[in-house]
Design a protein around this ligand. Structure first.
Ligand SMILES: Cc1cc2nc3c(=O)[nH]c(=O)nc-3n(C[C@H](O)[C@H](O)[C@H](O)COP(=O)(O)OP(=O)(O)OC[C@H]3O[C@@H](n4cnc5c(N)ncnc54)[C@H](O)[C@@H]3O)c2cc1C
Length: 371
């Protein structure tokens, strides 16, 4: 017999755990969170030198919640005592939130497929069980879907997610493709070990004058870069179009027909594309690698299927940081209540608003929130 829920959330990262807590706060209890690994698994996969760029600080009591909190009443700074949490520290914070709220997470259970069936959806699980739900929230993150440029020779590149330990790198000059947060982070970690690098990038956040931290390089990354700037060569306006391997080196060709030689495997700091997941490509229209959404973050082709997390995009507004997309948890919980003709508790709404965690009008983003 199939198990029936009102809401199924897929993924137990910050998006899934944050939304689950919001549903619970609003009194929606007939939900389940399905997680292929365990709560916070993505963060445990970060290499040990990767840290949050957005700072955590115990400011919750003063109307400015910790930038990395996913609920109104928790703070990673408070629970893990770190201003720039490592992946492992943040994974622990997520597990604390899930445990404290007794969230109904089913771990080690991947959702393989989602099939519309009348007024609900059937979720096919890796355990061969089937779960039925009226509303589905997809919070699978993008870390499992590294984006490698669609160019000849892209198989020669090593992606940021593949870096296990910077001590494994040969002590030879390294080549990095992409000059934003990840590219500079790699270069800094190599420079700390005395390894110089060249970054080839079509654009770099270092040059951006925007006030939006999604466009401009974070202060955390910029200050670390400045300590090692003499070991990091940045070549801008260089869009890679091909990699060719010879017996001893890699030949890189750029869109402006210029070329470069790398003695080592190029490292891709080229981001992620969740549209590579069949759950996304089967359930959403996709444009420029991003799922197309209604104003309620819902699929334009499958009603009651929503996207949560950093890939939520509305025109120029890209909610790519936790402090941005956490503002959608409460409005989405209210949306479910409204679709069931139920009123939202105004005290809960006010608590989210007081914590600046309630974004229901995208015109309210007063800086261009593009990533
Ligand atoms: C190096 C790096 C640094 C970052 N720094 C910051 C920062 O400083 N500040 C900030 O705000 N953001 C930062 N981010 C972004 C942040 O990590 C993401 O916003 C966050 O991970 C997205 O949360 P999520 O819940 O959507 O996805 P995830 O955390 O990836 O969680 C998704 C979960 O879904 C599970 N899953 C996937 N597919 C399935 C399936 N089919 N069935 C069941 N479960 C599934 C996965 O196992 C995973 O546990 C950084 C990201 C990276 C890579």
């Amino acid at each position: 017999m199939n198990v029936n829920y009102s809401v199924a959330i897929i993924g137990a990262g910050p998006a899934g755990i944050g939304l689950g807590t919001a549903l619970q706060n609003y009194g929606i209890n007939n939900f389940v969170i399905l997680e292929k690994d365990y709560v916070g698994a993505t963060f445990d996969k970060w290499n040990k030198e990767t840290h949050f760029i957005s700072p955590s600080f115990t400011t919750n009591g003063f109307g400015a919640p910790d930038l990395n909190s996913i609920t109104t009443d928790t703070s990673p700074a408070y629970s893990i005592n770190s201003e720039h949490p490592s992946g492992k520290q943040y994974a622990n914070y997520l597990r604390l939130v899930a445990m404290m709220n007794h969230l109904p997470v089913i771990q080690n259970t991947a959702v393989k497929d989602i099939i519309p069936s009348g007024n609900h959806y059937e979720l096919m699980l890796s355990s061969s069980e089937v779960i039925e739900a009226q509303y589905v929230f997809i919070g699978i993150g993008d870390y499992s879907y590294p984006y490698r440029p669609d160019i000849s020779g892209s198989n020669y590149g090593l992606h940021y997610v593949d870096i296990q330990d910077y001590d494994d790198f040969e002590r030879k000059p390294q080549t990095i493709i992409g000059g934003n947060e990840a590219g500079i982070d790699i270069a800094v970690n190599l420079a700390k070990r005395g390894i110089p690098s060249t970054i080839y990038t079509d654009e770099s956040g270092l040059e951006s004058k925007s006030a939006d931290p999604s466009k401009r390089l974070s202060t955390y990354t910029t200050s670390r870069y400045l300590n090692y700037a003499n070991m990091i060569n940045i070549e801008s306006n260089k869009k890679l179009v091909a990699i060719k391997k010879t017996t001893s080196e890699y030949n890189l060709t750029f869109r402006d027909a210029s070329t470069a030689i790398s003695q080592t495997r190029p490292i891709f700091a080229t981001g992620f594309a969740v549209s590579q997941s069949p759950l996304i490509s089967n359930l959403f229209e996709v444009s420029s690698n991003r799922p197309v959404l209604t104003a309620s973050d819902e699929s334009t082709i499958h009603p009651n299927v929503f996207l949560i997390g950093p890939q939520v995009t509305h025109d120029d507004v890209v909610l790519c940081y936790i402090y941005k997309y956490r503002q959608r948890f409460a409005p989405l919980a209210e949306e479910i209540l409204a679709r069931n003709n139920l009123a939202a508790n105004p005290q809960i709404t006010q608590a989210y608003k007081n914590a600046n965690m309630f974004l229901d009008d995208f015109d309210d983003c007063d800086v261009n929130c593009e990533c």
